[in-house]
Write a protein that binds this ligand. Structure first.
Ligand code: ZN
Ligand code: ZN
Length: 172
């Protein structure tokens, strides 16, 4: 069993300049709201690898890695989807080093692991959650699942776009 960690006091590791430590932790992740749908993150308590390096001129370089699956409706065909994602995020926190060197997840050597893991996962997600990369989605005309109906699925009545062009010409 790993200790569930939502925040971590980096100072307590007592790392000297240039020293590093790798920790294996459990981080809790809540369901995500994405495009109006709720997606469950599994496992909810994710096993994460955290690399911490104390920099030579004070401050920390951090790397967080974990793998999760996201469960919810496929955004194309609405069937259950459960794609997996590998998250690999880095942060640098150097007090006095300017805005870009100040991690929003570190304050007074306290690392907000929970917030970092949540944001890192959100950034790792694609623009669409799909059941599989080549999901064909639903027919825009009748709503049939095109993964099941196959590529032959078509509607007789939909006019051939070439004919539409022709009728436009006639109108002139
Ligand atoms: Zn799908
Ligand atoms: Zn159709």
């Amino acid at each position: 069993m790993l200790a569930r960690t939502d925040s971590l006091d980096l100072g307590r590791l007592r790392l000297t300049a240039g020293e590093g430590r790798r920790l294996e932790l459990e981080v809790a992740l809540q369901a995500l709201d994405f495009a109006g749908e709720s997606y469950v993150v599994t496992p909810a308590a994710v096993r994460a690898l955290l690399d911490i390096s104390r920099m030579t001129h004070d401050g920390y370089a951090l790397r967080l890695r974990f793998e999760v699956a996201v469960e919810g409706p496929c955004m194309r065909c609405l069937q259950a989807a459960r794609p997996g994602f590998r998250v690999d995020a880095r942060e640098v926190d150097r007090p006095g080093g300017g805005d870009e060197l100040c991690s929003p997840y570190v304050s007074d050597e306290e690392l907000d692991l929970h917030a970092w893991a949540r944001d890192a996962l959100a950034l790792a997600l694609p623009t669409q959650i799909v059941c599989r990369e080549d999901c064909a989605g639903l027919c825009p005309e009748c709503g049939t699942d095109l993964n099941e109906a196959g590529p032959e699925h078509a509607h007789e009545r939909s006019p051939d776009p070439r004919w539409a062009k022709l009728s436009e010409l006639k109108l002139e």
